[in-house]
Design a protein around this ligand. Structure first.
Ligand code: HEC
Ligand code: HEC
Ligand code: HEC
Ligand code: HEC
Ligand code: HEC
Length: 351
């Protein structure tokens, strides 16, 4: 084939692919349950933007929309620019409804518009319209009533890879909420749009470790000072009181550090603090909570399960130590220095 012909052939292939996707979206057997207008054909998130501008804006700024372009994910030692084909499915998925929801379902890789990452169609397209937890809607996008879209079963095909849904199931009832949406897609008021009156929607920004407000709800700290052999002892207890899974969740790329720095009269640390708990110790007393990489032999998983607590005990000499600074730090990768971490909680205690 000559070059122009080859290009033409490629274009034809691409159009063919797009048409195949569209045909699939319409579904051979499915018809929308509302007797609305003839459904539109959709190929990408862009097709939703004109009528769902508010949702689109939130999604566009989310980690979901970034899943295929994320430089950390594309690194040579990660997906290697997605040359590792096994990595494509969850980061640029076809609609999950195609293969059913739940923990056992398989996610397949999408061939088109991969740069959109986890797109609108991935979560909503059922093949016969857009999955909605509301019944009786009618619109050109053919909303279909599928209550399971609001359940953990929607998140499970991708998010149980690191057991998040299993952990949610084992969580104390007061933390579980009705599903992941409770904390990650809270209700938001939507302004009128595309002929629809104002209504209550769900935030689409996949808020997680990038959201300080959510992080501050994840844990609580309590303190106790007691007598100790040859001095006194400060005990700091951290409780996973605001997630319905391990803290930090999911990824091996996250770490939460509980740090205690003893301060003398001038604010300097009087000698090195002693770490009496399990975990890693830096220059200060420290407990690290983290799910280690597979290749990090000898390291144990120190994530805190939902509702559970861990205590860091620090021995001090009351004549030297005047106060203690206690920090709960969230790190998007375990290798960043404390200065670059998100400070979730900072407390100064008089000793
Ligand atoms: C031409 C305008 C239009 C386009 C394009 C459109 N929608 Fe809609 N969609 C609507 C309207 C209007 C409603 C509300 C219908 C009602 O209130 O009865 C709606 C409802 C929905 C619902 C249910 C909302 C709820 O409250 O539960 C979902 C989900 C949805 N659309 C997803 C999508 C997705 C995903 C796309 C792109 C693939 C899309 N829509 C494209 C107009 C549109
Ligand atoms: C089709 C696969 C898929 C589905 C379905 C899915 N996710 Fe995700 N999600 C991902 C991927 C992939 C990432 C990581 C993107 C990245 O960081 O590059 C992610 C990231 C996240 C994050 C982390 C954001 C951050 O700051 O790193 C949260 C929170 C999240 N998803 C919540 C949910 C919830 C809740 C559901 C169900 C309503 C859900 N996801 C459904 C694939 C999916
Ligand atoms: C990670 C999965 C996921 C992605 C990606 C996603 N949604 Fe949703 N969406 C949901 C869930 C879950 C709900 C809540 C279902 C319910 O309660 O009706 C929802 C609700 C909605 C609603 C009704 C509530 C509201 O906030 O207005 C609309 C409309 C909607 N989505 C459109 C879209 C559009 C358009 C996109 C892309 C720009 C998109 N969604 C991307 C999972 C997703
Ligand atoms: C009670 C509230 C709550 C519920 C319910 C909940 N989460 Fe979370 N989630 C959090 C908080 C708080 C964080 C931030 C701290 C952390 O990483 O654990 C978080 C973090 C995450 C992260 C990591 C974000 C990041 O930036 O790395 C993912 C992924 C996630 N949750 C998925 C889920 C899924 C999937 C479900 C449902 C099976 C769920 N969560 C249920 C509160 C909740
Ligand atoms: C079964 C679905 C699935 C597959 C397959 C998958 N991922 Fe992910 N990936 C996720 C989800 C969900 C997240 C976000 C929450 C978490 O870390 O579990 C994520 C997050 C990540 C992150 C962290 C991004 C951040 O912002 O910190 C990296 C890096 C990553 N994946 C790399 C890979 C690599 C490399 C492969 C292939 C070997 C791969 N993924 C295959 C679902 C998947």
């Amino acid at each position: 084939m000559t070059r122009p012909l080859l290009a033409l052939g490629l274009v034809a292939l691409l159009i063919g692919g797009a048409l195949a996707l569209v045909a699939r979206d319409r579904g051979e057997k499915g018809v929308p349950d509302a007797s609305g207008p003839e459904p539109l054909l959709f190929a990408s998130s862009e097709d939703c933007r004109a009528c769902h501008g508010q949702v689109y804006e939130e999604w566009q700024a989310s980690q979901h929309a970034f899943a295929y372009l994320n430089p950390l994910v594309r690194r040579a030692d990660m997906t290697d620019g997605f040359r590792k084909k096994d990595c494509v499915p969850c980061h640029a998925p076809r609609p999950v409804f195609e293969h059913g929801l739940g923990k056992a379902a398989r996610v397949l890789a999408r061939d088109t518009n991969r740069f959109h990452g986890v797109d609108c169609l991935a979560c909503h397209s059922t093949g016969s319209g857009m999955a909605s937890a509301r019944a009786g809607l009618s619109a050109p996008c053919a909303p279909v009533h599928r209550p399971e879209v609001a359940s953990t079963d929607l998140c499970a095909p991708c998010h149980n890879q690191h057991n998040t849904v299993d952990e949610w199931e084992a969580s104390p009832p007061h933390l579980k909420g009705e599903s992941c949406l409770h904390c990650h897609m809270p209700q938001v008021e939507r302004a009128p749009e595309a002929g629809r009156a104002a209504y209550t929607g769900r935030f689409h920004g996949s808020r997680g470790g990038n959201d300080l407000e959510l992080l501050q709800k994840s844990a609580t700290l309590t303190f106790q000072v007691a007598g100790d052999e040859g001095g006194r002892r400060l005990e700091v207890t951290v409780t996973n009181s605001g997630t319905a899974h391990n803290l930090p969740a999911d990824a091996r790329h996250r770490a939460v550090d509980l740090v205690v720095r003893l301060l003398g009269q001038g604010g300097e640390a009087p000698g090195e603090a002693v770490n009496l708990g399990p975990g890693e110790s830096g220059g200060n007393a420290r407990l690290r909570f983290r799910n280690p990489y597979r290749e990090e032999y000898g390291k144990v998983n120190t994530q805190i399960p939902a509702g559970e607590s861990r205590t860091l005990a620090v021995h001090f000499d009351p004549a030297a130590a005047r106060s203690a600074e206690v920090l709960l730090l969230y790190k998007r990768t375990p290798f960043v220095p404390d200065e670059e971490a998100t400070v979730v909680i900072r407390r100064t205690l008089d000793l």
